[in-house]
Design a protein. Structure first.
Length: 501
């Protein structure tokens, strides 16, 4: 059985805990590897190694750090196919989608290549008599990232790219469900010229997460996962004096106005609702047609589009999506489908019971569609995280606007319309962190920032972009005056607080 080891000090390190997690092939349902689960002593050693490595890395000038990022970007492009197939083999998403996962992380690495400019401070000459004031951004030291299974390449790079470019050392605790790609990324960083120890990968479970949040050497923690855990991570990290950004779950809505281009809307919904088997925090699992006529036209076009979707193994180039990540997650999604039926929603298309010939033990689900879902249903209030699309009918624009605004989650939302006034009003008033106008998955580009509102995001700084630079640095402001006063001048001996008056 293949063992997936920790990556510490620039090399693979076998664990000593004797505890392992199973890594499945979602296409077959078989265990393909075992991942080491760290002891507290192993985590302590990785953090100590990172702290020592950070001293030299933090003192390296930003342009040299940027050159490592440039080379890492080149290596990502060279190894794209290798990484994508590795990712698909453990996660289950189709290879083309895995390449998209890597590319969206690579774009943040491209942003981090501009770190010399991004770290520039501010300077004021003559703020007072002979006094200049300037500020500088300095690395925090050792920081950590705890990442989910659904984007094992993108989200680690969203975190460690800006953090390392800013001069920090980084401890990555990836999901134990698909840990091979994060380890490979760390190997490529070393090949790109990163000093050993600046990026360490430590596998573990909830005990490791708790130890990271309590460790005094770690100054900041970035987390992506479910909202309940995100809230706990934020609270425990803050209690231990850490800067924390914790991104949680989502229930993203797509509002469809009567004037929307229905063919384009349905095409967008297919990818946004069912792509990656719905295992995206920016998936679009709820569609809200405004008016009964809009709802009927939408439903009529959704049915043949859903029927045309192809579910296949990860390496099937013609498949629209592959299996979900685990048997437990498949069972969870199926449980939500049954709950929807029990609550009285209309099950229009049932994706349960799907079997792929030759892969009968794989974790496959066909697409599911519910209609006449209402706001008081559990399946609407909670995140299903699978290939399930729900239709919630709204009578008016105002009712449609209220649905995502009043929901517990506030990650992403989209409106489909040709009406610029309506789109502008919607974008201004909706209480959600990321808004798409005829863009179904509005993940911001790398030089903006990613972050949701309400229970989708805990903390006041978003991921990547300028917020990422701010999160992984702290500002130091210097007020200076040099000796050399003119002859005869008398220094002010006042005990009054200095002012510029």
């Amino acid at each position: 059985m293949r063992s997936i080891d920790h990556f510490i000090g620039g090399r693979l390190v076998a664990g000593a805990s004797g505890r392992f997690g199973d890594v499945f092939d979602p296409n077959t349902g078989e265990v393909q590897a075992r991942v080491q689960l760290a002891t507290s002593a192993e985590l302590d050693a990785a953090i100590a190694n990172a702290a020592e490595a950070q001293k030299g890395w933090g003192a390296t000038n930003p342009q040299r750090r940027a050159r490592v990022m440039f080379e890492f970007k080149r290596l990502l492009e060279v190894h794209m196919d290798e990484l994508a197939y590795m990712l698909s083999s453990e996660h289950g998403k189709v290879v083309a989608d895995s390449k998209g996962d890597i590319m969206r992380g690579l774009e943040v690495i491209e942003f981090a290549c501009g770190i010399p400019h991004l770290l520039k401070g501010e300077y004021t000459q003559g703020a007072g008599p002979g006094i200049d004031v300037y500020s500088m951004r300095q690395a925090l030291g050792v920081v950590a990232g705890i990442t989910p299974f659904n984007f094992p390449a993108m989200i680690p790079m969203w975190m460690f790219g800006p953090a390392i470019a800013c001069g920090n050392a980084f401890i990555l605790k990836p999901s134990e469900r698909d840990p091979s790609v994060p380890v490979r990324l760390a190997e490529l960083m070393i090949e790109a010229g990163l000093p050993a120890g600046v990026l360490n990968v430590v596998h573990g479970d909830k005990d490791t997460v708790e130890a990271i949040l309590k460790h005094p050497t770690i100054k900041a923690v970035s987390f992506v996962g479910s909202s309940d855990i995100a809230q706990s991570v934020f609270a425990l990290g803050a209690q231990n004096g850490k800067r924390v950004q914790a991104m949680g779950g989502a229930k993203n809505h797509g509002i469809v106005l009567p004037d929307a281009d229905m063919d384009q809307t349905v095409a967008d919904l297919m990818g946004a609702a069912y792509g990656s088997a719905g295992e995206r925090c920016m998936a679009l699992p709820v569609v809200v047609p405004v008016g009964e006529d809009t709802a009927e036209r939408l439903r009529a076009k959704l049915l043949p589009a859903i029927e045309a979707l192809r579910v296949g193994v990860s390496t099937d180039a013609d498949a629209h999506y592959g299996p979900v990540v685990s048997a437990a997650h498949k069972a969870r999604i199926e449980g939500y489908i049954q709950t929807g039926v029990d609550e009285g929603a209309e099950l229009v298309v049932d994706g349960r019971g799907f079997s792929l010939q030759g892969h009968e033990n794989g974790f496959f689900l066909a697409p599911t569609l519910f209609d006449h879902v209402t706001g008081d249903m559990q399946t609407y209030r909670e995140e299903i995280f699978g290939p399930v699309l729900q239709i919630v009918r709204a009578a008016t624009f105002e009712e449609a606007l209220a649905l995502p605004s009043q929901h517990q989650y506030g990650n992403g939302v989209c409106i489909f319309t040709r009406n610029g006034d309506a789109a502008r009003e919607f974008a201004d008033q909706v209480e959600v962190g990321m808004v798409g106008i005829n863009v179904p998955i509005p993940v911001p580009v790398a030089y903006h920032s990613f972050g949701g509102w309400k229970r989708s995001g805990f903390g006041d700084l978003n991921q990547y972009g300028l917020d990422g630079v701010r999160f992984y640095t702290r500002t130091k402001t210097v007020t200076q005056r040099w000796p050399g006063m003119k002859a005869g001048a008398v220094a002010d001996q006042s005990f009054v607080i200095p002012t510029m008056r």
